[in-house]
Ligand binder design. Structure first.
Ligand code: NAG
Ligand code: NAG
Ligand code: NAG
Length: 394
């Protein structure tokens, strides 16, 4: 929150201090911080194809494909992330593991991030309409287009999906609002799934409370996009979290306070790579939708206010997503120390879904939200569960 406020101040002053200081600090940006998905894949032993997918509403997103002989697995990142997250742990990354096992791996991206910032007619830098989306549209359009494209390319009738955090939120949107898609996905492995979003950690709870004020202020400033490459807030984040910079430890503490602390899962060096690659761009409406769901405790569509809700939905409250329509197989994994997808929220989600085949907490007590993609111990605690699930159900 402090970060966002500071960012806004910077944006107002229009200062270029950030850029100059980060240059002056002369940090050594080691290779992985800058590589794109294809380059990371090559570095760790696999060649990837880049496929452009067009959604029904005209967004153009890049999906990466590492071909294999086994069934297709589509892997999708969480909020503000990108496909690169799944490769940052090098040879022990999830994507490398799946490719080694012989699966046909597809790595998705969603609108608004660095691989999804294009549209057939809208200009993301000029048209506010481009940013008029939340995880609702990510589910309804991006997931849908990616699933259809993978099935078309592979000539399969079903694929398997692995999602982290918001990827699960948005997949649940698709499977509950377009139930016919339940026939197109065989097994869904949901890592730190977010649907119900009340009962979260103290850091996020504080942010959520002041959320509406912040969003109104951003509206006033006309800001719809946050944390894109080269944005002031992204550069500021990089600066504040620079190793050796005065705020370095503080920056990590803030992360731990918001998302959960597993200090030996993510070492300071690696933290620098994350900050460079993540966040990779997010819309204000995405954050606002999460904020609404956190405040209401209901997994519901976007709340536009009574009048507009009546016009759009025919009811004064936004309708809840009907999770009983999610009939595809769901395997849920969560961290006991996750302050975002908290155990109580995941258990509530499990009770709301009709076809849960697996619910499991990672065996390490300190396991937290970001560990699912970034922990240095994913090989020890996570990958085995995933490959066993795939062997059993695929
Ligand atoms: C920066 O990192 C790279 C690779 O990690 C290394 O080869 C290089 O020597 C480093 N440069 C400096 C100035 O430390
Ligand atoms: C990734 O980098 C390679 C150059 O190494 C480039 O050819 C390719 O277009 C890049 N892909 C994306 C999606 O940025
Ligand atoms: C939710 O979906 C189930 C299964 O299709 C249906 O029986 C139920 O009536 C729906 N609930 C609501 C509130 O629409």
């Amino acid at each position: 929150m402090i970060l966002i406020v500071v960012c806004i101040l910077f944006q107002i002053i229009g200062s270029n201090l950030v850029e100059s200081v980060s240059e002056a600090s002369g940090r050594n940006i080691s290779e992985d911080k800058r590589l794109n998905f294809t380059e990371l894949a090559r570095k760790y032993g696999f060649s990837a194809e880049e496929i452009e997918v067009e959604t029904e509403d005209g967004y153009l997103i890049t999906v990466f494909h590492i071909p294999g002989n086994k069934k297709p697995v589509l892997v999708v990142h969480g909020m503000g992330g990108s496909s690169n997250s799944w490769l940052l742990r090098g040879k022990k990354s999830l994507v490398v593991e799946l490719a080694k096992e012989g699966y046909d791996v597809w790595c998705g991206n969603v609108r608004g991030n660095k691989y999804g910032k294009r549209h057939v007619s809208l200009d993301p830098d000029k048209d506010n309409k481009f940013w008029d989306f939340s995880w609702h549209e990510i589910g309804l359009y991006d997931w849908r287009a990616m699933i259809d494209r993978v099935l078309k390319e592979t000539k399969e009738s079903k694929l398997n999906a692995i999602g982290h955090s918001q990827a699960v939120t948005s997949l649940l949107v698709l499977l509950s609002t377009k139930p016919e898609y339940n026939d197109k996905v065989n097994l869904n492995i949901a890592l730190a799934p977010v649907a119900y979003f009340n009962n979260i950690g103290p850091g996020l709870t504080e942010m959520i409370k002041v959320g509406p004020i912040i969003f109104n202020f951003l509206d006033y400033l006309g800001i719809n996009e946050l944390f894109s490459e080269n944005s002031i807030e992204k550069n500021l984040l990089k600066l504040l979290c620079t190793e050796g910079f005065i705020t370095d430890a503080f920056c990590r503490e803030v992360m731990y306070y918001w998302f959960g602390n597993d200090a030996d899962g993510i070492e300071p060096d690696f933290f620098r790579i994350i900050i460079e690659q993540h966040p990779a761009g997010v819309s204000k409406k995405t954050l606002r939708h999460f904020n609404q769901v956190a405040l209401s405790g209901s997994f519901a569509q976007f709340d536009y206010g009574v009048e507009k809700n009546k016009f759009i939905y025919g009811t004064s409250e936004p309708p809840a997503y009907n999770l009983s329509k999610v009939t595809a197989k769901m395997a849920l994994m969560y961290g006991e120390n996750d302050l975002v997808a908290t155990p109580s929220n995941v258990e509530r989600l499990a009770r709301s879904l009709p076809n849960v085949v697996y619910v499991k907490a990672v065996e390490k007590k300190e396991w937290t939200h970001t560990d699912f993609t970034w922990s240095r111990e994913i090989d020890k605690y996570l990958l085995g569960h995933i490959t066993r699930l795939l062997r059993k159900y695929v």
